[in-house]
Design a protein around this ligand. Structure first.
Ligand code: OGA
Ligand code: CA
Ligand code: FE2
Length: 438
């Protein structure tokens, strides 16, 4: 077959897919009653979880997410599939979410004391096993690059070399002053002192932290009763073509603000499959023994940023990625404070824009959530001027179809009971927002 025919065929399929994407965007019908669990199993027992086809970088789809409004969805990457949707939220919706977060109360993403406690644990023990882990190239000494690499990975701490040397002398770690840590020196580490020093530097030099931001979960103020949030959830459902139940069972919105120097080094939003640690479910009490599972992320930019604050995916669509090499790289690409603009995909903040990406594949055999896309590493670049506001809408799913369906049924029953309780008590639980026009 001629190349032209193949290319024409691919274009035809692509065209067809964009049309179906447009046509499938219709109101969710056919919702099961929680009184009838069988209905859920009939609908989802053999259901294949959808994932929007990226087609090719730069591909544009036109979507009807709201009556009378046309949105564009632009493909930014294939591995993982990443899409940008400008004006997904209106300005008023953005302002409303910021307002909700303010009412909830913005908190530091981690407090100093919590941090020092965690850092003490993350520093490990003064044993040969830990020394060998930190001595990446196994030459019997921890040089400064290795030390920075470990502090970055284990403690979310990226000091520069002068700061590191300051620490060495403050806690008398490098006794012979050769700028390398031998096992003899490592064995005598004063771990609490080290954690305290690190905590102090993180506080004074926020760019050495992997994350510098404030956050709130939109939970107690509005829960899921807020009209604006409900309408956004419906729009996300049309965008992703995922079941309404799945969207409803996802986490509350997390709002994050970054001031000057604010950033978030790159990370995965979800986790690798761990057979001994199943996914957490909204309705279950197994928290602590479960891991966070997020099939997809929808990130909203709630405001414009004067300068910086891009969301970057350093290794998206990377064809020559070598994990080993990456782990040894002293100029870690995940350090977005340094390497933001080297990232393969860099999304500019723009009020109302949504970014959708998938953290997991769909498993071909099960038709349900599959392995994580390792190339979905991402983070927020330094805000160099102004303030950045985002919201994370994490779409939760697990690799266990049965458990997910069960969870959706329980959530449906819970919501129904809550609704009954509010109607019998005669009040709209959220008068203020339910009358808002957006
Ligand atoms: C996050 C995140 C990116 C950004 O909060 O998980 O990846 O641009 N944020 O703030
Ligand atoms: Ca030494
Ligand atoms: Fe993230």
């Amino acid at each position: 077959m001629g190349r032209f025919v193949i290319i024409a065929f691919i274009h035809l399929i692509a065209h067809f897919l964009s049309i179906t994407a447009k046509e499938q965007v219709v109101s969710p019908t056919n919702v099961c009653s929680p009184q009838n669990p069988e209905c859920y199993y009939e609908r989802f027992g053999n259901f294949k979880i959808p994932q929007v086809e990226p087609i090719k970088v730069g591909h544009v789809r036109k979507l009807n997410l709201i009556d009378g409004v046309e949105h564009e969805m632009v493909t930014a990457a294939i591995h993982p599939p990443i899409f940008e949707i400008p004006n997904f939220l209106s300005e008023k919706e953005c302002d409303h979410i910021i307002e909700l977060a303010r009412k909830e109360g913005m908190e530091d993403s981690r407090t100093l004391l919590q941090g020092i406690k965690q850092d003490t644990r993350a520093l490990g023990k003064n044993t040969k096993v830990y020394f060998d882990l930190w001595d990446v190239n196994k030459d019997g000494e921890i040089d400064m690059d290795e030390m920075i690499h470990n502090l970055e990975n284990q403690l979310d701490f990226t000091p520069d070399k002068p700061t590191l040397l300051e620490m060495y002398s403050a806690i008398q770690l490098d006794k012979d002053h050769d700028e390398k840590i031998s096992f003899q020196e490592f064995k005598q580490r004063n771990i609490p002192e080290m954690a305290k020093f690190i905590g102090k530097v993180k506080e004074q030099q926020p760019h050495t932290k992997s994350r510098h931001s404030r956050q709130a979960w939109i939970e107690s103020v509005s829960g899921r009763s807020d009209r604006v949030i409900a309408s956004i959830e419906e729009r996300v459902q049309r965008l992703t073509m995922l079941p309404r139940e799945l969207i409803r069972a996802s986490e509350y919105l997390q709002v994050v603000s970054y001031g000057p120097m604010g950033h978030y080094n790159c990370h995965l939003d979800s986790d690798f499959i761990k057979p001994k640690r199943p996914c957490c479910h909204f309705m279950s009490s197994e928290l602590g023994h479960c891991r966070v599972c997020r099939y997809a992320t929808v990130l909203y930019f709630l405001d414009n940023v004067e300068d910086g604050g891009e969301t970057a995916f350093p290794i998206a669509d990377n064809s020559t990625f070598d994990r080993e090499e990456w782990m040894r790289d002293p100029e870690n690409v995940c350090n977005l404070a340094k390497n933001c603009h080297k990232a393969n995909v860099v999304v500019k903040p723009e009020k109302g824009k949504a970014v959708l990406w998938y953290n997991h594949r769909v498993d071909n055999t099960t038709g349900w959530m599959g392995e994580i896309y390792t190339f979905s590493f991402h983070g927020g670049c330094d805000v160099t001027r102004g303030t950045k506001w985002i919201a994370n809408h994490w779409i939760s799913l697990s690799e266990d179809r049965e458990k997910d369906i069960q969870n959706w049924i329980e959530l449906g029953q819970f919501e129904e009971e809550q609704q009954k309780a509010t109607t019998t008590s005669g009040g709209d639980s959220n008068e203020e927002t339910s009358h808002q026009e957006l």
